[in-house]
Design a protein around this ligand. Structure first.
Ligand code: FES
Ligand code: FES
Length: 186
């Protein structure tokens, strides 16, 4: 981000991954630039800056938000969770959605992965046992330039099974054998 202020600076006070943070930034600073450039949390990616790709998705008060669509000042007083904050920490392993990406090889270059994880966490909060179509709809705001959608959908299904305590082999689940071509989201 251009550090030169182009207008009034604002002091932003918020909580990020459980830590209280205060920074004074130009009022035009987007939340994505705030977390990346001011807090050094570069796991949140910038793929477009125009609300197309979802790589910048974070959680604001528990709701997935594309952080390039929001000013940092608008997040004042909020609790933000970035990809760095989703795992339990202290060696307690990964978030179930992260683990599912690991298990199902739900990534190629990994650029879209942080945003995908956030989008799928939101999906599973809204719809704990989603169908394949609901998964594709849930990630329709997130683009994977490697077109790894098949395994991303498989990861979402795996995370749902883990979360609902009904883990079973995806090969034994007939609805897991999608006929959608690689790269198709919906
Ligand atoms: S960087 Fe925010 S949607 Fe692409
Ligand atoms: S894994 Fe490369 S952009 Fe999705």
């Amino acid at each position: 981000m251009d550090p030169a202020a182009n207008g009034t600076d604002v002091t932003v006070d918020l909580k990020v991954n459980g830590r209280h943070e205060t920074r004074t930034v130009p009022a035009r600073t987007l939340l994505v630039h705030f977390v990346r450039d001011r807090l050094g949390l570069t796991g949140t990616h910038v793929g477009c800056d125009t609300t197309q790709c979802g790589a910048c998705t974070v959680e604001v008060d528990g709701v997935a938000v594309k952080s390039c669509t929001m000013l940092a000042a608008q997040a004042g007083g909020c609790e933000i969770t970035t990809i760095e904050g989703v795992a339990p920490g202290d060696g307690d392993g990964l978030d179930p959605v992260q683990q599912a990406f690991w298990d199902e090889h739900g990534l190629q270059c990994g650029f879209c992965t942080p945003g995908m994880v956030m989008a799928i966490r939101q999906l599973l909060r809204d719809t704990p046992v989603p169908t394949n179509d609901e998964i594709r709809h849930g990630i329709s705001g997130n683009l994977c330039r490697c077109t790894g959608y098949q395994n991303i959908v498989a990861a979402a299904r795996s995370a749902a099974r883990t979360s609902t305590g009904t883990r079973r082999s995806s090969r034994a689940d007939p609805s897991a054998t999608s006929t959608a071509p690689a790269g198709e989201v919906s």
